[in-house]
Design a protein around this ligand. Structure first.
Ligand code: NAD
Length: 478
């Protein structure tokens, strides 16, 4: 018996949750339920996080959370409960299977059957943003080795236990050599541990185009947070099944399962909604907690019901569908099919051990880190970089040289192009001259000199080498 936390959410949430729980219980799920309130009522009671402190205690104690969609009230100040839950509970992996149910649900991609595994905690989603000058704002993209290792290993383990043949990595490491480069490098390292699974890497732009065109050439896709966010919605949409897809958010301790759609308030309370998305989330939950036989039974009965043409309004199509049903009737039809298998759609068979147990991340020994320079970013309203270089003659130290100035990453000094458009945000790179070394005191001295010379430094970024390997990018055109 596994104790789980359930939130029935808003809009169509309660109806689809009741249907889902009824089906999985009828299939023999060994679960006990603690119900909590999240969403609109909690937001409107003045709690901007949408969840009460006591509810966190229950979620953390039970570790498994099945959540119906919630309504985020209009207007500012309300924090997304999904984002908060993922971050607080360290749910680093978002898993979204997207498969076509052709010919029973319309799609241009009848053979599509992919699983998108998206990193869920890092990347631009750290939300660390700053306005630095009149014209420039910044969002920090943070990628960590543990973050990459955990998600990539999860993808390969997932492929292994679910009998998938290939894992494809999507990044943009031709441009972002440090951040996306690390993700790609970790992918290559971990792929070596799984020789039985094919692996490949695509640059995200052409990879995404290919996925939208011929998704059947992909199997498991692993990628960074932002790319995965976009790709997984495209994948669900082109599979023809946004309303039918579930997703899992997995952490080292806790996990949350849900439908990918929202609370569809206009359909609420009318026994119209399709419970399939949440049911698919629940199937992933059953696998996660080791109740794989129940998961298999539910999934096959659901596929059989879709195949029988028993459809809710959202997928009902004259000529293909046989019977238009409501939420409750759909659930009853699935229950009646428990023990039966689909004959045209592919029957599933989940191995006993699809509950993934991954090793905890082990910290690597620290590298030998050496300061080899500093970038001073400055706010300056002029247009000719030679003038900054002149001003910085009063800033530089005896043991440092100004080596480069860039504007939005493009080298504009020395020997820039007049055609390069410049905004008011300049990066000035100082490096020790050949015989010297640099230390933090030098950076402070540079900042002190800049302040004296009225140079408006808005931030600094230290340049390091790690075990002799450069830890920063060159200027574009350098
Ligand atoms: P939505 O997914 O609720 O609805 C989009 C369209 O799909 C609507 O036409 C709706 O009727 C239909 N639809 C969605 N699920 C359906 C189902 N199970 N059966 C039949 N039809 C279904 O998206 P929205 O309208 O943009 O958002 C409504 C609310 O949901 C918003 O408050 C939004 O913030 C919230 N939302 C919550 C989550 C979540 O909790 N995970 C996710 C997305 C949106």
């Amino acid at each position: 018996m596994t104790r789980i936390t359930v939130a029935k959410g808003d809009g169509i949430g309660p109806e689809i949750m009741d249907a889902t729980l009824e089906i999985i219980k009828a299939a023999g799920a060994q679960i006990e339920i603690d119900e909590i309130e999240v969403g609109e009522k909690v937001y409107l009671s003045g709690n901007s996080s949408g969840i009460a402190a006591e509810s966190w205690d229950i979620i953390r104690r039970n570790k498994i959370f099945l959540k119906a969609p919630i309504t985020t009230p209009q207007g500012g100040g309300y924090k997304s409960l999904n984002v908060t839950t993922r971050k607080f509970l360290g749910l680093y992996s978002n898993v979204r299977p997207c498969m076509s149910l052709h010919p029973f649900v319309e799609t241009k991609h009848p053979k599509m059957d992919i699983v998108i595994i998206r990193e869920n905690e890092e990347d631009l989603y750290a939300g660390i943003e700053h306005q630095q000058t009149d014209e420039v704002v910044q969002c920090l993209k943070l990628i960590s080795r543990p973050g990459c290792e955990k998600i990539v290993r999860y993808a390969f383990e997932y492929a292994k236990v679910y009998g998938r043949k290939k894992v494809t990595c999507f990044t943009k490491d031709n441009i972002m050599k440090q951040t996306d480069g690390l993700f790609h490098q970790v992918f290559d390292e971990i792929a070596l541990e799984y020789p039985e699974i094919e692996n490949e890497h695509w640059i995200i732009d052409i990879g995404a185009a290919k996925m939208a065109d011929t998704p059947e050439i992909f199997d498991v896709i692993v990628t960074l947070n932002l790319y995965g966010d976009v790709l997984s919605d495209i994948a669900a949409q082109i599979a023809g099944s946004v309303g039918l897809a579930g997703s899992a958010n997995i952490g080292e301790e806790c996990a949350m399962f849900e439908a990918i759609h929202g609370s569809a308030p206009r359909r609420a309370g009318q026994n119209l909604a399709n419970p399939s998305g949440l049911l698919e989330g629940a199937v992933m939950m059953l696998n996660h907690i080791g109740q794989t036989e129940v998961a298999e039974k539910v999934q096959n009965a659901w596929l059989k019901t879709i195949e029988d043409g028993i459809h809710t309004y959202d997928i009902f199509k004259e000529g293909v569908s046989k019977q238009k049903v409501g939420t409750k009737e759909f659930a009853q039809a699935v229950i009646a099919n428990l023990g039966s298998n689909p004959s045209i759609l592919k029957q599933v068979s989940f191995a006993k051990d699809v509950a993934l147990t991954l090793p905890k991340y082990v910290k690597k020994p620290a590298a030998n880190k050496q300061l080899v320079g500093v970038d001073l970013f400055m706010h300056w309203n002029g247009t000719n970089p030679n003038e900054i270089a002149k001003q910085l003659e009063n800033v530089t130290l005896e043991n440092t040289n100004l080596t480069m100035i860039t504007n939005r990453g493009i080298k504009v000094w020395p020997e820039g192009f007049e055609e390069t458009f410049c905004t008011d945000h300049w990066r000035c790179r100082f490096k020790p001259n050949s015989e010297s070394k640099m230390d933090k005191g030098d950076i402070i001295a540079l900042l002190f000199n800049a302040a004296k010379a009225n140079v408006d430094v808005i931030k600094t970024e230290n340049l390091y080498e790690f075990d002799g390997k450069s830890g920063y990018s060159l200027g574009q055109g350098q």
